[in-house]
Design a protein around this ligand. Structure first.
Ligand code: SF4
Ligand code: SF4
Length: 378
């Protein structure tokens, strides 16, 4: 496993980090035996950076991760995040931190982040004196590194990055999002300030892990690209940037983990050949032309009071638009969201709007769900 440094923490980390947002599930809950085996295999494969958060898996992630990694907790970096949007008063920060330490069965977090920051949440954190709270928690030994994860525009990113000597930040970055949110300019800005960057959504919620599309097979061949899907290209594209420290991948299956571990062996800056860079640009154009919704399947918009499975709806819509196989995606949509299943179809949306402020991608969910209905339910 290759490693890169986060200098302000004085430590090296595996370039592939394990994101605990997409653990294997069964009947809507974490499939604990499978998830535990997957995390152990990741640890044994050399991954030493594990990223959890309060809201993942409907709030069940941290408790499970604490149990699963207990035997090897001391050998890895454990990161989690303060759920900023749930704070009502300053004391809540301390309460959440204590609850999280309890859930994750640890006496400290190696890195603690303000979760999913944007301009509005940064104002809230300043009003609540969050930086004082974080400093106190660090002094008390409950947290070591201090950082923030980010979903907003470039100007907000610079404002937050400038406000404090953060140890690191976590941004969304991938070959489709090089000019979105913090983007390449934000990445370089952070590097210029000595602020280390951990990347999330390197495959844009799995969109860049689809099989190489038929239309791009000859371009793949010309680039000497032989991987069965685009995940290897997507990950190596991010690692190609020397400003990036760790790339988080939310892995669900052992096959994905093994493929990502294989890709990580080549994850040095400058790992892409000129022909592969050309191919990456072709993949970008292909996706940009076809993708209907910039959804990363993060599920922050859930639960919908009507039970609409918003990420599933958008996954099917994007997959259909990218592959051109509308009939197959329609069948898959109607199978996964069948009436006797937990998740409901887009037509159950009553347009209450509750989901939209929760979406870090600022997707007009109500409007886009109408496209899903038109595509799969009419
Ligand atoms: S707008 Fe629709 S999808 Fe969003 S929370 Fe309301 S009912 Fe659910
Ligand atoms: S609609 Fe937004 S919040 Fe919901 S899964 Fe997609 S990106 Fe995440």
């Amino acid at each position: 496993m290759l490693h890169r440094e986060i200098p302000r923490l004085g430590k090296e980390y595996s370039i592939l980090g394990f994101g605990c947002m997409r653990l294997p599930t069964k009947d809507g809950l974490i499939d604990e035996p499978k998830a535990e085996a997957l995390m152990r295999e990741a640890f044994e494969g050399g991954i030493n950076y594990f990223d959890a958060a309060w809201p993942y898996h409907g709030g069940k992630c941290e408790e499970f991760v604490g149990r699963a990694m207990k035997p090897w907790r001391d050998k890895v970096t454990l990161v989690t995040k303060l759920p900023v949007w749930l704070l009502e008063k300053p004391e809540d920060m301390e309460n959440f931190l204590h609850k999280q330490l309890e859930f994750l069965r640890t006496d400290h977090f190696d890195i603690y982040l303000l979760h999913s920051m944007n301009a509005e949440r940064w104002d809230k954190m300043q009003r609540m004196n969050a930086l004082d709270f974080l400093e106190r928690a660090r002094k008390a030994g409950k947290i070591r590194g201090i950082g923030f994860s980010f979903h907003d525009g470039l100007n907000s990113f610079k404002t937050i990055a400038d406000a404090y000597p953060w140890d690191m930040c976590q941004i969304q970055y991938n070959l489709l999002d090089d000019n979105f949110q913090a983007g390449t300019e934000g990445l370089r800005y952070a590097a210029s300030k000595g602020l280390s960057v951990v990347v999330m959504e390197p495959l844009k919620g799995g969109n860049i892990s689809l099989p190489v599309p038929e239309e791009l097979k000859s371009e793949a061949k010309a680039a000497g690209y032989t991987a069965p899907n685009l995940a290897d290209l997507g990950l190596r594209w991010v690692w190609d940037h020397p400003e990036v420290s760790v790339v988080l991948s939310g892995m669900t299956t052992p096959e994905q983990l093994r493929q990502n571990l294989a890709s990580a062996k080549r994850g040095m800056p400058g790992n892409l050949s000129d022909a592969e860079r050309t191919f990456a640009a072709q993949v970008r154009s292909f996706f940009v032309e076809r993708m209907r919704v910039p959804c990363t399947s993060c599920a922050y918009c859930k639960p919908c009071p009507q039970g609409v499975d918003i990420p599933q709806c958008f996954t099917n819509l994007n997959n259909a638009a990218i592959s051109g196989n509308w009939e197959a995606q329609k069948a898959n949509y109607n199978y996964i969201l069948a009436p006797d299943r937990e998740g409901k179809k887009a037509s159950h949306c009553v347009e209450c709007g509750e989901c939209e402020p929760k979406c870090p991608q600022r997707i007009p969910i109500r409007e886009k769900l109408k496209e899903v209905v038109a595509a799969f339910e009419s």
